[in-house]
Design a protein around this ligand. Structure first.
Ligand code: SAH
Ligand code: SF4
Length: 395
């Protein structure tokens, strides 16, 4: 999601004559697009900003923009502590970014649009379909820094998909609760159908779906549209219904498992997000998470230690001992490694549709990596018989 926002901000900066570089010493401007979901992410962004003081002092006219969720949360305090930041632009102001640039009088607009070279090579194009989030998960800062959920008009999304699919055969639709998309009755499943109708689109993915918004119409649309990837990144957070309730996730462990069963019947692989060490998580709750992880057989998972975010209800609760959290996290990571290895090995002898991202590697519809010595064309889609796997890659 942040990547998509960065892309949007970059396009505006191209309009001011900037070109992209990843070499700091070549740059005249640094754009730091920040995340504040966990304390660690915010900390890293701020310490990078701190280090840039020296870089800025080395040459006249160097500029720094500090944007995104941490900028939203910290606001004016950033400018006060780090005067080297020329512009601080919070996540809620992303739409006003071009006006903020113009009003700052630091930049003069050019009337040309420079498309970055990298854009030509991207296999997956990200398209935001929603902004913000209206769920109120007890641990999460997103609704506070990004605001209420807002669906983008479908005409804009579809036009964006049409343009981007000319270069990128895979479209990734983005939103915090992407499947809650609804623009004046135009639903997420309708949007999926319309995106699939674009001839240049070879594959469609989306991130992050919320279990509570998966309904029967979703299964139907998936069955009717082979372009929809057979992979879902479906955040679980906890395998204990009690903890899920405390987290205000709005589903039970059993309901989550039923969705996984339905999706697996349709040939899906599922990956997930899990939070370890939520303040009310007991050993028994953690065991339930482990059991559910085994039952679901996730192909992959991001596992996070609970990070208290000021202003969220969960930040008021007493944290559990860090040692215990570390211990649980390690056990979980081992389990996930095993599940992931099994997911890879289960594809041996199967035919998989691979979308090549380089001439030697690509991803299957189920989002597993495939590699071959034969030279393929990046962007091509091929049906491949999987001969072997070491549990980390298909061959
Ligand atoms: N909207 C998505 C997730 C967005 S945030 C959803 O609801 O599933 C990405 C992930 O960060 C979450 O799934 C969660 O696992 C993790 N996360 C969010 N807040 C967190 C916190 N305070 N501590 C630890 N992990 C957190
Ligand atoms: Fe955060 Fe919950 Fe919204 Fe996801 S659904 S962004 S976890 S509040």
């Amino acid at each position: 999601m942040n990547e998509a926002d960065s892309e949007e901000m970059l396009l505006h900066l191209f309009g001011f004559g900037y070109q992209q570089t990843t070499v700091l010493n070549e740059a005249d401007l640094v754009l730091i697009n920040t995340c504040t979901i966990r304390d660690h992410a915010e900390h890293r962004a701020l310490s990078y900003l701190g280090r840039l003081e020296k870089w800025k002092g080395e040459k006249q006219d160097r500029k720094i923009i500090f944007a995104g969720c941490a900028a939203e949360r910290l606001g004016k305090a950033v400018k006060k502590r780090f005067p080297q930041a020329d512009i601080v632009c919070g996540a809620k102001s992303l739409e006003k970014f071009p006006t903020i640039l113009e009003n700052s009088s630091l930049f003069k607009p050019l009337n040309v649009k420079i498309v970055p070279e990298d854009e030509n090579k991207k296999i997956t194009a990200q398209v935001s379909i929603m902004r913000g989030c209206s769920c109120k998960c007890s641990y999460c800062i997103v609704p506070y820094v990004r605001g209420e959920a807002q669906s983008i008009p479908p005409e804009i999304i579809l036009e964006n998909c049409r343009i981007k699919s000319k270069k990128s055969p895979e479209i990734m639709l983005l939103g915090q609760t992407v499947n809650a998309y609804n623009y004046k009755g135009f639903t997420f499943t309708k949007l999926l159908e319309e995106v699939c109708k674009i001839p240049e689109v070879k594959r469609v993915r989306f991130l992050s779906p919320h279990p509570v918004f998966i309904k029967d119409d979703f299964y139907k649309v998936v069955q009717d549209n082979k372009k929809i990837a057979r992979h879902l990144h479906l955040p679980l957070q906890s395998g204990s219904t009690k903890v899920l309730k405390d987290m205000k996730r709005l589903y039970t462990a059993e309901e989550y498992y039923n969705i996984v069963k339905n999706l697996k019947q349709l040939g899906f692989l599922i990956s997930t997000d899990i939070i370890v060490g939520y303040p009310t998580e007991t050993d028994e709750d953690f065991k339930q998470t482990l059991n559910l992880v085994k039952k679901c057989g996730f192909s992959f998972a991001y596992c996070f230690k609970f990070s208290p975010r000021a202003g969220t209800p969960a930040a008021e609760l007493k944290e559990i001992a860090q040692e215990m959290v570390e211990n649980r996290l390690n056990i979980l990571l081992n389990e996930i490694r095993e599940c992931s290895s099994l997911a890879y090995k289960s594809r041996i002898g199967q035919k998989e549709e691979v979308l090549f991202e380089t001439k030697n590697s690509g991803r299957t519809s189920g989002n597993l990596w495939y590699r071959t010595a034969a030279a393929k064309e990046a962007g091509s889609l091929e049906e491949i018989l999987i001969k072997e796997s070491d549990g980390k890659i298909l061959k």
